[in-house]
Design a protein around this ligand. Sequence first.
Ligand SMILES: CC(C)(COP(=O)(O)OP(=O)(O)OC[C@H]1O[C@@H](n2cnc3c(N)ncnc32)[C@H](O)[C@@H]1OP(=O)(O)O)[C@@H](O)C(=O)NCCC(=O)NCCS
Length: 163
Amino acid sequence: MTWQLRRATAADLDAIMTIESNVFGSDAWSVELMRGELASPHSYYLVAFSPDVPDRVDGYAGLLAPLGAGEGDIQTVAVAGAARRQGLGRTLILSLVNEARDRGASELFLEVRADNAGAQALYELLGFEQIAVRAGYYQPDNVDAHVMRLRLPAPHTKPAVSG
Ligand SMILES: CC(C)(COP(=O)(O)OP(=O)(O)OC[C@H]1O[C@@H](n2cnc3c(N)ncnc32)[C@H](O)[C@@H]1OP(=O)(O)O)[C@@H](O)C(=O)NCCC(=O)NCCS
């Protein structure tokens, strides 16, 4: 399957919330929280859709990276069950990494449940490293959060040298 990404708008709220509540259960965000995220100038949310079914959202991901802050946070990522393990999660996160770099972030952070080995594997593949543990961060399940960080070095450009 192939997907295209586009910037999420308030019109995507229902589709995002359907995946959000299916995937995250007791950790799911409220519709009000998600609406605020989509509207914030400091946020950047993407949705993924198949060109054959442009009205169906198969995944989404969100970044919080205020201009000038120098750092950002991956706020969320979710891929619908039928669309998993086909590279979409990786593509979504890489797109957020690029946007964070464009916004001047030199570090990117995220929190992931200690029992979410799949998401941790994806983040490690992309270069994130665990830097801290927040005990009991996820309630009511009382599951720890692993805090992960990706350094985003500034690109170095050099004039081409001939000869
Ligand atoms: C985590 C999630 C977004 C990954 O999306 P995805 O589209 O399936 O991920 P990708 O296909 O891009 O995976 C890329 C690589 O990450 C790793 N990976 C992804 N999911 C994995 C899993 N469940 N177990 C082990 N490794 C996994 C693999 O190395 C994979 O490459 P491979 O398929 O060639 O082995 C998806 O499983 C999901 O929505 N999970 C529920 C929501 C969630 O946990 N979000 C993260 C909250 S912090």
